[in-house]
Design a protein around this ligand. Structure first.
Ligand code: BGC
Length: 284
């Protein structure tokens, strides 16, 4: 990560992650970097073994696996394109072969191919929808099938399974120049809620995380360009700090644990207040 003068130091994170996922098995897609990597490591810190999916960045996935193993947990690295039905099916087979079950599924893979709509190619539109939305559907479908097959094991969790979708503040904040991305994220919201409604009676919990600006490779521009960073930090984030991947990982661990057993069909915004219409501060 490049050094920058524009980032005020964040406060130290609030203590270690507690072992609330002991004995659980988690699958995280897009876990070679950014939020997926942080969630995979967070799950391991909380006691889970983790399948680390990546698409192109094998080296990043291996680093994630190393960090998981350093927590004393097992890691399985698996290459798959979440937009491919065959790849996703193969990934879930590997999950069963490696760990025998799945308790937590965190479909996280996401890309941006930005263009204004009148300049956007169909390929740009389609690829973002395929990875960011269809990928969620394909993983959720396999996860639900696996949860139902294995049933509830109360020694591991009260739930039959937990699904945690990675969304974005752009599931409710419109984003010009990123219509494909915002459409996919908006789609995740009602995919998540419809699915939660569909499977709640089975004790399968389905929720989403919607991060704002987090210090990940996707946001590197905001950390290196003072102009963009100042505009985002000062105008769009009431908390006046960029988020850390661990801010998201902690929420993921909580959603995956029985501590959130009565939480179903919600989106947790992890955004320093970005969704609070900060433009209204001192205005309106
Ligand atoms: C995007 C980031 C962006 C943030 C807030 C996220 O979904 O991935 O690039 O900074 O939303 O706009």
């Amino acid at each position: 990560m490049p050094e920058t003068n524009y980032q005020p130091p964040n406060e130290a994170p609030p203590g270690p992650i507690r072992p609330v996922l002991k004995g659980q098995k988690a699958l995280v897609t897009g876990a070679s970097k950014g939020l997926g990597q942080a969630m995979a490591i967070g799950f391991a810190q909380a006691g889970a073994d983790v399948l680390v999916n990546y698409h192109t960045d094998e080296e990043g996935a291996r680093q994630t696996a190393k960090a998981i193993e350093a927590c004393g947990r097992k890691a399985e690295v698996f290459q798959a394109d979440v937009a491919s039905e065959d790849d996703v099916s193969a990934m879930f087979h590997r999950m069963t072969d490696a760990f025998g079950r799945i308790d937590i599924c965190a479909p996280n893979s996401g890309i941006q191919l930005n263009a204004r709509v009148d300049e956007m190619t169909l390929a740009q539109w389609q690829r973002v929808i395929d990875v960011n939305l269809t990928g969620m559907f394909l993983c959720a479908r396999e996860a639900i099938r696996a949860f139902k097959k294995q049933g509830i094991d109360r020694s591991v969790s009260y739930a039959m399974g937990k699904l945690i979708f990675m969304s974005s503040v752009h599931d409710i904040i419109p984003w010009e120049g990123h219509a494909n991305y915002a459409a996919a994220k908006g789609g995740i919201m009602l995919l998540m809620k419809s699915l939660a409604q569909e499977v709640a009676h089975l004790r399968i919990r389905v929720n989403a995380l919607s991060p704002g600006a987090i210090r990940t490779p996707m946001n590197v521009e905001k950390l290196t360009s003072p102009e963009v960073f100042e505009r985002v930090l000062l105008k769009l984030i009431p908390a006046k700090r960029i988020g850390e991947p661990e801010d998201v990982a902690r929420a993921a661990v909580w959603l995956a644990s029985d501590e959130s057993d009565y939480v179903n069909g919600v989106t947790i915004y992890i955004d320093g207040g970005m969704t609070l219409y900060p433009g209204f501060i001192g205005a309106g």
